[in-house]
Design a protein around this ligand. Structure first.
Ligand SMILES: Cc1cc2nc3c(=O)[nH]c(=O)nc-3n(C[C@H](O)[C@H](O)[C@H](O)COP(=O)(O)OP(=O)(O)OC[C@H]3O[C@@H](n4cnc5c(N)ncnc54)[C@H](O)[C@@H]3O)c2cc1C
Length: 493
């Protein structure tokens, strides 16, 4: 052995090793797949196969699913890079609710799971010691996911208009710090989030109150402003606990939770409903069953996580007030006077943790399509006692999450827009936003889009088959036999 041998190539460890393993897995699986779609130009401008609006976990998983199908996608998100979705912006919980073991957007790739990413950096013992995933760590994971999967994301790009056209293209008007631009895409995916087809549900009782005296739990509010203040929080879901805890930690003088119910729900029926059967089978259920299960879960409500509730109750200056549906709120002197069936509460600031609602008309980017989207209200009338505004307003989606027209023929191209955000749940089950089944949803979306593209471009694909001329046999692999070895047959002519 030579004394001047070169040092061995260092074996990568930690994240570098994981990334190497992932790259090899992707290579073994042929992922991204080879492009097979015809490229399109329009007026000298390249047309995108798919434009995805929203670069949260749903948009990223959708892009990765499409790449697996050999379809190019570009993601547009109005947030700065690395701040997509609620995790590092408006969310206030310490940890995710979801169990750490869920594989989320990993799309069946072990090396792409949160667990692989975590263990590569912090080790197996740290994984064993981890209870729930810290909120900001989930954001870090999504940042890594986007990088290692090579998703094309255009940040600081706010989609201001989505206009389907009769010529098979959808126009997107995009605003970014440098100005504005127009993009044409054959299909568009709305991965716009939990509130992605509307916004915060604002109760009527805040109308007329000074804006600096109240906030919705999803508002970007600096809770340090609440130090020394008496705060009232309406609601008892996870967001109300997160808002209450944050206010208390920032030094609120007191927090009154105003809870309509007589008690908190104890059981997370949404979690109990989760199964591969629901994931794969919800879409094919009869309408009445889809409605029944979604309505039941809405009605019983999901309890706040135990950890979030304990985070609040650890403070001596919080009160859980049950049976306190807010009836009216008014300014009285310098205080907010909040009337409830159990009496009046005085506060300096009100947080309404009242969830989200679907309202296409409230979002300027949907102006061209809002009047034409078919909702479940047009499809199904629930039995008495099962009325449900959220479900009535939910879009009635086709098998690839595509929107459908309220009146056929009035908005050609509407079905080129695919709804891959939470409000798809009534049509498809919870596969389009939450962590548990996001990969299943992304695969269904990508497969459905591939199928639609193939059908649409069939003549081109068929022409390609006719033209295809790459020989596999060259004709020199055999010699045609003579006839000497064949006995005459009585039926041979
Ligand atoms: C506070 C909170 C806690 C949650 N905790 C959990 C949990 O523990 N477990 C779980 O499974 N689920 C949880 N969820 C539910 C769900 O997982 C999250 O809402 C998740 O962020 C959904 O991912 P998404 O990609 O659908 O949407 P988002 O992450 O919200 O991403 C949507 C993106 O769309 C962009 N966008 C929207 N409109 C436009 C436009 N016009 N132009 C450009 N960009 C646009 C936004 O900027 C945003 O980045 C939680 C939700 C919230 C709000």
């Amino acid at each position: 052995m030579s004394s001047t041998c070169t040092p061995p190539t260092p074996v990568p460890s930690g994240l570098a090793a994981l990334e190497q393993r992932l790259a090899q897995d992707l290579q073994y699986l042929g992922w991204p797949a080879k492009r097979w779609m015809p490229s399109r130009m329009h007026d000298g401008q390249a047309v995108l196969d798919v434009a995805i609006i929203g670069g949260g976990q749903a948009g990223l998983a959708a892009a990765v699913g499409l790449a697996q199908q050999g379809i190019d996608a570009v993601v547009f998100d109005r947030s700065p890079a690395g701040f997509e979705g609620p995790w590092a912006t408006t969310a206030r919980m310490e940890t995710l609710r979801s169990p750490k073991e869920l594989t989320g957007p990993a799309m069946g790739l072990p090396a792409l799971t949160f667990r692989a990413w975590f263990e590569a950096q912090f080790g197996i013992d740290a994984w064993a010691a981890l209870d729930k995933i810290p909120r900001l760590q989930w954001m870090d994971y999504l940042r890594w996911y986007r990088r290692v999967m090579g998703v094309t994301v255009r940040n600081d790009s706010s989609v201001a208009a989505i206009v389907p056209r009769p010529d098979g293209l959808v126009r997107l008007d995009i605003r970014h710090p440098g100005g504005s631009s127009t993009v044409l895409a054959r299909r568009v995916v709305l991965a716009t989030g939990r509130d992605g087809l509307g916004g915060a549900a604002i109760p009527a009782f805040v109308q007329g109150l000074p804006r600096e005296r109240w906030a919705h739990s999803s508002d970007a509010l600096d809770y340090a402003r609440l130090a020394g203040r008496r705060v009232a929080v309406v609601g008892a879901g996870s967001s109300s606990m997160d808002s209450a805890a944050t206010a208390l930690e920032k030094g609120a003088a007191s927090v009154d939770l105003l809870i309509r119910r007589a008690d908190l729900p104890r059981v997370n029926k949404g979690k109990g409903a989760g199964s591969p059967g629901l994931t794969q089978g919800h879409y094919d259920l009869p309408d009445a069953d889809k409605w029944r299960i979604r309505h039941y879960i809405n009605q019983v409500q999901v309890p706040p996580p135990r950890g979030s509730t304990l985070r609040v109750s650890a403070f001596p200056n919080v009160r859980f007030n049950f049976g306190c549906a807010v009836q009216a709120v008014r300014m009285q002197g310098d205080s907010l006077a909040i009337d409830t069936p159990r009496g009046r509460f005085d506060a300096d600031f009100l947080v309404v943790a009242t969830g989200f609602r679907i309202d296409w008309f409230s979002r300027p980017e949907f102006a061209a399509i809002a009047p034409h989207v078919r909702a479940w209200g047009q499809r199904y009338t629930p039995p008495a006692g099962e009325e449900d505004t959220e479900l009535t307003d939910s879009p009635d989606l086709g098998p690839a999450f595509e929107l459908q027209e309220k009146t056929p023929g009035e908005c050609p191209g509407l079905d080129r827009i695919h709804c891959f955000c939470y409000p798809a749940a009534l049509s498809h089950g919870t596969v389009s936003g939450d962590i548990p089944a996001i990969s299943d949803g992304a695969r269904r979306l990508a497969g459905g889009i591939a199928s639609l593209f193939y059908r649409e471009d069939f003549e081109q694909h068929f022409a390609q088959v006719l033209d295809y001329s790459e020989p596999e046999l060259l004709g020199d692999e055999w010699v045609p036999a003579g006839t000497d070895h064949i006995a005459p047959s009585p039926i041979t002519p």
